[in-house]
Design a protein around this ligand. Structure first.
Ligand SMILES: C[S@@+](CC[C@H](N)C(=O)[O-])C[C@H]1O[C@@H](n2cnc3c(N)ncnc32)[C@H](O)[C@@H]1O
Length: 302
């Protein structure tokens, strides 16, 4: 079964959506502001005859030619990190401040963790958790290459992470970028649907609910939790957020998304969700020439 068939009733322009899903993804890098400015990175890349194009919605993203080898000088020296445009959305939406205490519940290999560290100006405390030891090695080496020093790494199941990591106090914010069915990565990985089944979608949704619930419980009242996936599946998106809105003390808040997106769904497969699910955002590949993405922002304690 082609899982994309399931979305024909909720997508505005199905032929454009299908065509975008078949095009390769543009190559994008994020300038690591702990080490360089965008102008300095542009100059350095130009010296190596690498043409760049600014991404207009984000101050630190650059598009590169598709045949660009990854190991250029600015990359090796931690000025750049390969990061797809939509992957830069969750940390942008969370927008932590220097000095905050932030938990990244599914952190490896660290694209968003290192982006959070840059937004925090490498100050405060960032805890990055992942259940996969091999991927934690990549997180560690990315953090080192990019010069991040405010990061503590834990190898554990996020569903059992400490609820009082600071002697009773909780995190100011959490980022929950869960494992998912990855339907929105089909432009990068044409085999993305090979392992797809509705049973897998439903099973992973259980893990997602557990991790998101834990993140809400570990965040102080008045704090913020951002939930994201790179899939279109409502079972892993709106239905997971609807579950925590019912079971935890939190509410979805409006997101001022800097690129085009559509409202989250309030019904799927015969089930209705909380009306406030319209405040979550879906990003489809044909709207901004990116991968597919889902993001929700939750205010905790309200
Ligand atoms: C979408 S990836 C995270 C990508 C990462 N945020 C980034 O931007 O580089 C999901 C991650 O969740 C991890 N994971 C899966 N189950 C987990 C669990 N129960 N607790 C913590 N991490 C888990 C996987 O190992 C994987 O690295």
């Amino acid at each position: 079964m082609d899982p994309l068939d399931r979305y024909e009733s909720v997508i505005d322009d199905v032929p454009a959506f299908r065509a975008a899903c078949e095009r390769p993804l543009p190559t994008v890098v994020r300038v690591n502001t702990l080490r360089a400015t965008r102008s300095a990175a542009e100059r350095e890349l130009a010296e190596s005859d690498i043409a760049t194009e600014r991404v207009d919605w984000h101050p630190d993203l650059l598009r590169l030619p598709d045949d660009q080898p990854g190991a250029n000088w600015p990359y090796v020296h931690g000025w750049l990190h390969g990061q797809e445009e939509v992957s830069a959305l969750p940390a942008t939406v969370l927008d932590p401040s220097p000095g905050d205490r932030v938990w990244d519940a599914c952190a490896a290999p660290g694209s968003k963790t290192t982006q959070l560290a840059a937004l925090m100006d490498d100050r405060g405390l960032l805890v990055g958790t992942d259940a996969n030891l091999g991927r934690i090695s990549a997180l560690r080496s990315n953090a080192e290459r990019l010069g991040v020093t405010n990061l503590a790494i834990t190898h554990e199941d996020a569903r059992t992470h400490s609820l009082a990591p600071f002697g009773g106090d909780s995190y100011d914010h959490a980022l929950v970028d869960v494992p998912c069915s990855c339907e929105g990565t089909v432009r990068k990985n044409p085999d993305a649907f090979e392992e797809w089944s509705l049973d897998r979608v439903r099973s992973i949704a259980g893990v997602q609910k557990g991790i998101l619930s834990r993140a809400i419980q570990a965040t102080r009242p008045g704090g913020t939790v951002v939930y994201s996936t790179c899939t279109f599946a409502p079972e892993e998106n709106e239905r997971v957020v609807d579950h925590v809105v019912e079971t935890e003390t939190c509410r979805p808040v409006a997101i001022d998304l800097p690129l085009d997106g559509t409202d989250g769904l309030t019904a799927w497969d015969g089930e209705d969700f909380d009306d406030r699910l319209t405040r979550t955002r879906r990003v489809y590949p044909h709207h901004n020439d990116t991968g597919g993405f889902f993001v929700a922002k939750l205010a905790v304690g309200e």
